[in-house]
Write a protein that binds this ligand. Structure first.
Ligand SMILES: Cc1ncc(COP(=O)(O)OP(=O)(O)O)c(N)n1
Ligand SMILES: Cc1nc(C(=O)O)sc1CCOP(=O)(O)O
Ligand SMILES: [Mg+2]
Length: 218
């Protein structure tokens, strides 16, 4: 059970502009410091996305991120696994097209954890915008990205199409977004973005987050 109730989590998700996916930074050993910097810069949601971790390592990293989220009033998200989300007391679970179906994840999580969906086409976005039990969705990749090799870019046309639908459900653009491309994504109609390398690979994660967050909030 997350510390926040479902209503507050959904309120914060709706207000969120910048969502970060990070690995556990195992080699650098600086996860707490990195998370504090990114969150201080303006990240609203932080997801642990690290396919190399065993469950116990994932839970340990989520504890570090959860403490950072509490310090900065941010939301903690888990990727793929409803059991880990529940055990970690996460606020959000993110599910891709090949992950657990939303309805089955809801059986595990109950109502207080928000669930997000990945989408890669207008048909998938339309489904995710209305799917029972889903709270937000992402559209992408906007550009090809080494973070998700083998996933063809959907391009900015998908962002334009999604923006034109005026969905009530919050949605984020993802994939290849950094400060230099942010203007194009916003111009295409996105108001919220998910980034990985733009912050994880920055020498100054706080400044990288701050400049993206400021432009999304302008
Ligand atoms: C916020 C957010 N959006 C999209 C994804 C991608 O999910 P998925 O397609 O399941 O791919 P993996 O990340 O699991 O490799 C995400 N994780 N988070
Ligand atoms: C994890 C992920 N999912 C995508 C999708 O389209 O669903 S694109 C992506 C990787 C985004 O990484 P970066 O910001 O480094 O390009
Ligand atoms: Mg997944």
């Amino acid at each position: 059970m997350p510390l926040l109730d479902g209503k507050e989590i959904r309120r914060r998700l709706s207000a969120a502009r910048l969502y970060l996916c990070t690995d556990a930074r195992t080699e650098r050993g600086d996860l707490a410091e990195f998370a504090d910097a990114a969150l201080a810069g303006g990240v609203d949601v932080i997801q642990l996305r690290d396919k190399n971790l065993e469950a116990e390592q994932e839970l340990a990293a989520l504890e570090v991120l959860g403490e950072a989220c509490t310090r900065h009033d941010a939301l903690l998200a888990v990727n793929d696994r409803a059991d880990i989300a529940l055990a970690a007391g996460a606020d959000v679970l993110h599910l891709g097209q090949s992950d657990l179906p939303v309805a089955w994840a809801r059986r595990i999580l109950g109502e207080d954890v928000a669930i997000g969906r990945s989408t890669h086409s207008p048909t998938q976005a339309e489904h995710a915008a209305h799917e029972a039990g889903a709270d937000y969705f992402c559209t992408g990749p906007c550009w090809p990205t080494p973070t998700k090799p083998g996933r063809p870019a959907a391009g900015l046309d998908l962002v334009r199409h999604t923006a034109a639908q005026n969905y009530e459900r919050p949605w984020f653009a993802i994939g290849g977004i950094d400060e230099s491309r942010l203007g194009e994504v916003v111009e295409a109609g996105a108001r919220r973005v998910v980034v990985v390398r733009a912050i994880t690979e920055s020498d100054d994660p706080r400044a990288a987050a701050a400049s993206i967050a400021a432009r999304l909030r302008a």
